[in-house]
Ligand binder design. Structure first.
Ligand SMILES: [Zn+2]
Length: 278
């Protein structure tokens, strides 16, 4: 029996130009559009997902931390961080959320899986000092040091103990994804490469008995944008991001699949109502 549960860890707001980039604009133009945009989207959930599988429980992403919204946490020299607003209360972090579900990470989680290393996916890592942490090697490579700090990562805030198990998607293909990294021995939970939002980004496919789940991370912010082939304002490679969206659409149409992006309230409704991709 495989079960997927959404865990909301606070709220994020972004500019409309971040949520949906202009088709006409390249990588730099999209960033300029975000800075010029005066319109903010309504607060979006910051989601993690708990996947229960016969081999154990797996947490996909860790959300952000309450510290994100206190002065001094974000690097003041990087104006990009002012284009996103994170609001997490201490008891909304993923650790307290799991505790409220009766789960102790050290005892009850087999691994934490990161889709990518942006701060709103790694901010909850402090709760998992005793866990196996799995992340995409290709994304980690661009997320450390100054380069990471310039592109939405906060390596200076990662826990001192963090030594993620960096994986490459060199396993068997799944549908339109020519490669994967199986997380469970039966391959029913697997990482697939979905680059575009950032290089090396991965999504998580969960194949249950009668339902498949596509945990998209930030590969897309919404099912509408996915269907329309609209990429975000963050991408440095719009063509690659569009190709990723095409693959996700193709995969989701292959079998009944619930699409679950990391910042999408409709995803919560789809999960609750078992509404499949169409
Ligand atoms: Zn991201």
């Amino acid at each position: 029996m495989i079960k997927v549960t959404a865990i909301e860890t606070g709220k994020a707001r972004m500019k409309t130009a971040q949520q949906t980039g202009s088709d006409q604009r390249g990588a730099v133009g999209r960033k300029i559009d975000i800075f010029r945009d005066r319109n903010w989207v309504d607060p979006l959930p910051i989601l993690c997902f708990l996947v229960e599988h016969p081999e154990g429980r797996f947490l996909i992403d860790t959300g952000d931390t309450w510290r994100n919204s206190v002065p001094g946490y974000l690097p003041g020299w990087n104006p990009f961080y002012k284009q996103v607003s994170i609001r997490v209360a201490p008891n909304e972090e993923v650790g307290p959320r799991l505790a409220a579900m009766g789960l102790d990470p050290a005892r009850d989680l087999s691994a934490v899986v990161l889709t990518h290393f942006h701060h709103d996916h790694t901010g909850g890592l402090d709760h998992f000092p005793h866990n196996r942490i799995i992340g995409p090697k290709a994304n980690y490579a661009i997320s450390t040091g100054l380069r990471g700090m310039m592109t939405g990562c906060l390596p200076q805030r990662w826990p001192v103990w963090l030594k993620p198990e960096l994986v490459e998607t060199d396993g068997p293909g799944i549908g339109p994804f020519s490669q994967s990294f199986p997380i469970t021995r039966d391959g029913r939970i697997a990482l697939v490469p979905t680059p575009g939002h950032v290089a090396g980004h991965c999504s998580v496919i969960v194949r249950g008995d009668d339902m498949t789940y596509f945990l998209a991370g930030d590969a897309t912010y919404s099912q509408e944008n996915l269907l329309a082939g609209r990429t975000d304002g963050v991408t440095n490679d719009p063509a690659l991001a569009r190709e990723t969206l095409r693959k996700i659409r193709e995969f989701c149409a292959m079998q009944p699949t619930i699409l679950l992006p990391a910042h999408n309230r409709d995803g919560l409704r789809r999960l609750e109502q078992r509404e499949v991709f169409a």
